[in-house]
Write a protein that binds this ligand. Structure first.
Ligand code: URA
Length: 198
């Protein structure tokens, strides 16, 4: 069994916080171990909890469309969440729950070694862009140690606030260019560098 599958199995029996008590299934995440891009959302919702798979509800449909808009399909990228069990009533994950889950995501990233991490929504952004505001930094990228971090609104935001839909679609379309740019210009790892602020 691959390291990623082993890890997924451990996540399914995680009891590091209380969220597992109300959940049907853990949602470790899915995608190939050699994915170039990782999309990281917030936490499973009701559909994800039922199926044990990330982004399979309404916001997942939109995420699939967004991924298709850059010529990829969801089986070519890794899709995960900051928190692996569904918070009851879809409430936001608590800081203690995010902290309890931190090592799982860190470990997934260490195995996959993606070229790009796309944060979906505030909680995922906060993990990689601490002290930033999503309305200010969505659609911008930062390169650190050879990895591009790119912040986007959560796809569910488009379902609640229709005016964000085109913003999210526009941000998504920047991804191929950012990946090309990174390939063309390898740079020293020691100096975090701000790039392509749109
Ligand atoms: N929202 C998320 O953040 N993650 C999912 O997996 C589904 C909805």
């Amino acid at each position: 069994m691959s390291a990623l599958s082993e890890l997924g199995k451990e996540i399914t029996v995680c009891q590091r916080c209380d969220l597992y008590k109300n959940a049907t299934h853990a949602v470790p995440g899915e995608g190939p171990e050699n994915a170039d891009i990782m999309f990281i959302g917030e936490a499973p919702g009701a559909n994800e909890d039922q199926q044990g798979r990330p982004f399979v509800g309404a916001s997942g449909k939109f995420l699939d469309q967004l991924i298709a808009s850059i010529g990829l399909s969801r089986d070519q990228v890794f899709i995960a969440n900051v928190v692996k069990h569904r918070p009851p009533e879809n409430r936001e994950p608590l800081p203690s729950e995010i902290a309890a889950c931190k090592n799982w995501l860190d470990h997934q990233i260490a195995i996959i070694k993606p070229r790009m991490i796309v944060t979906l929504g505030r909680h995922s952004m906060a993990r990689f862009f601490p002290d930033k505001t999503i309305s200010k930094i969505h659609g911008t990228a930062e390169k650190r140690d050879g990895v591009i971090y790119f912040a986007m609104y959560h796809p569910a935001a488009a379902l609640h606030q229709g005016n964000l839909r085109s913003e999210i679609e526009k941000d998504m379309l920047k991804i191929p260019g950012l990946l090309d740019e990174m390939q063309e210009k390898p740079q020293a790892a020691e100096k975090p560098q701000q790039m392509s602020m749109f």
